[in-house]
Design a protein around this ligand. Structure first.
Ligand code: PRP
Length: 207
């Protein structure tokens, strides 16, 4: 799948394995999510457009570059919140637009409960953040909202995905690159990723 990017970085593999471990406590879990978000964002932003810029070093003029695009992070509440901090260390000038979606336990369909996007888009690139891509319903709904808002360039960044979610998301939004730490085996009968890591929101927030 052309739009699917699975990280091959050894640090991502190492940290994701610790993240999955049932013995990793909430504090370590949050720290690992922060670090993984930074690493995955680094990989997902390899195609950022640059403009030329000249600076003065103590030794003279240097011809360099400046990242051009205004970037917005769109964490899907709750679990997407965990990915914001690490990315803001890398991209301190981003805007953060929260979207509240939860997955109905019975229908597995996303339910929207928070959206304060202004009338017009204020960013050129949106990074949709959510650790888990299970059925893909939440990611599709979030990207639907962003496209209705007028967002033109959108990328999805997640930690773990199921093949069902990747297929569903790429079918609905083939223009959106999907960046994941790892692709797992699939979903169980209640829509949890196997082997996955359990409920990311619960492990992050101790609920
Ligand atoms: C989880 C996860 C994703 C969604 C993935 O959130 O963080 O948002 O489910 O499932 P999907 O791909 O099938 O839509 P949940 O609804 O449990 O909410 P939470 O983040 O508040 O825990």
């Amino acid at each position: 799948m052309a739009n699917l990017h699975i990280s091959q970085h050894p640090l991502v593999k190492h940290k994701l394995t610790t993240l999955r471990d049932i013995d990793t406590d909430h504090r370590a879990f949050r720290e690992l999510v922060r670090e993984l978000a930074l690493l995955l964002c680094y990989e997902a932003t390899q195609d950022l457009p640059l403009s030329e810029r000249v600076v003065n070093t103590p030794m003279g003029e240097a011809h360099g570059y400046k990242a051009q695009e205004t970037i917005g992070l769109v964490p899907i509440l709750r679990a997407g919140l965990g990915l914001v901090e690490g990315i803001m260390e890398l991209l301190p000038h981003v805007q953060v637009w929260h979207l509240g979606l939860y997955r109905d336990e019975h229908t597995l369909r996303p339910v929207e409960y928070y959206n304060k996007l202004p009338a017009e888009p204020t960013v050129q690139l949106c990074l949709v953040l959510d650790p888990m891509l299970a059925t893909g319903g939440s990611a599709i709904a979030a990207i639907d909202v962003l496209k209705q808002w007028g967002a033109k360039r959108i990328k999805y960044i997640g930690l773990i995905g199921a093949p069902e979610g990747v297929e569903n998301l790429s079918k609905h939004h083939p223009d959106v690159p999907i960046h994941l730490g790892e692709l797992d085996e699939g979903l169980n009968d209640v829509g949890f990723i196997i082997p996955g890591l359990g409920d990311a929101g619960d492990r992050m927030f101790g609920t």
